[in-house]
Write a protein that binds this ligand. Structure first.
Ligand code: NAP
Length: 277
């Protein structure tokens, strides 16, 4: 009998995880099927209980349930607990345990496209302080010798996010307006807000006009494949990256967690790129 994995969200019809997960199962001969489940807010608890009752060994969690799901899990890994957001759940010894791979996926994608093993001495700007930014900031703040500016529309959220970095010595909170003015000071800019996402493709968190030579600009949005901010950055010579690789890494990490099987994430990237064209 096939193992069943899935993703819960609302809305969920647009999710590309079923496509790349099912392709991976086929490619690696994993006897499983991946299904998207649309869940209403008031049904979240019973949905989780139902999934456990029918023996689902793992599922992904997306907007708007990444924080809401926590009270209904049996355990949360300390990193996801700190980030207060879960995006992958695994059944371990009869308990649903929550994890968060947003930060790990983003860092892996960054390092790979920058052709680096680690981060050191970079001046980094993170635009946004939402769920994804939390996880990304938490991960990046473990590199003690990078400087990180956190810029968000709601400054209080960025201030609260700074606390998540614990004893990170080089983090400052600034406004989006300040970030736009200081844009040529950064080696890496990571755009994590939802601004610029389809259908609002003519919007961006800041206007890019003047970047440091060799700057790397990453936007974790993957639809559209090139957001306004990435287009502006590319046009003035920056290296850019969209959210496809991060999404692929997270799906690959979840399969590895659930089945122990390492998968070919390049195939996932190719399928996502084709689907989003
Ligand atoms: P979220 O928790 O809702 O956070 C949204 C962020 O965007 C906040 O910082 C919010 O600022 C800001 N924002 C939204 N509308 C704005 C506006 N009109 N003006 C200024 N700021 C605005 O969302 P999330 O879960 O972090 O996701 C953010 C984006 O990342 C989404 O597009 C999502 O698809 C993408 N994502 C991609 C991946 C991947 O694997 N590639 C993974 C996760 C998320 P305030 O705090 O001021 O409200």
């Amino acid at each position: 009998m096939k193992e069943l994995f899935g993703i819960i969200g609302n809305p969920i019809a647009h999710s590309l995880s079923p496509l790349i997960q099912n392709e991976s199962y086929e490619l690696h001969e994993i006897n499983a099927h991946f299904q998207a489940f649309h869940v209403e807010h008031e049904d979240l608890e019973s949905a989780i209980k139902g999934m456990k009752a029918i023996g689902i060994k793992g599922f992904m969690v997306t907007v708007p349930f990444k924080a809401e799901v926590i009270p209904f899990l049996d355990e949360v890994d300390p990193i996801a607990e700190k980030k207060k957001a879960v995006n992958v759940v695994q059944l371990i010894d009869g308990k649903y345990v929550g994890f968060n791979f947003d930060g790990e996926g983003c860092l892996k994608a960054l390092l790979e496209d920058m052709n680096r093993q680690s981060l050191q001495n970079e001046n980094i700007l993170i635009l946004g302080a939402g769920g994804a930014a939390q996880s990304i900031y938490y991960t990046l703040s473990h590199f003690d010798d990078v400087h990180i500016d956190l810029a968000n529309r709601t400054i209080e959220k960025a201030e609260a996010l700074k606390e998540l970095g614990g004893n990170h010595r080089h983090t400052s909170v600034i406004s989006l307006e300040e970030a736009e003015i200081k844009q040529n000071e950064y080696d890496i800019i990571i755009q994590t807000t939802s601004i610029g996402m389809w259908p609002d493709i003519d919007q961006s968190a800041i206007n890019i006009t003047n970047l440091k030579k060799g700057a790397f600009v990453s936007d974790i949005i993957y639809n559209p494949a090139e957001t306004k901010i990435l287009k502006q950055a590319r046009e003035i010579g920056a290296n850019t990256q969209n959210g496809i690789k991060m999404l692929a890494f997270q799906n690959a990490l979840s399969i590895e967690k659930w089945t122990g099987q390492k998968v070919n994430y390049q195939k996932m990237i190719d399928s996502l790129t084709k689907a989003l064209r």
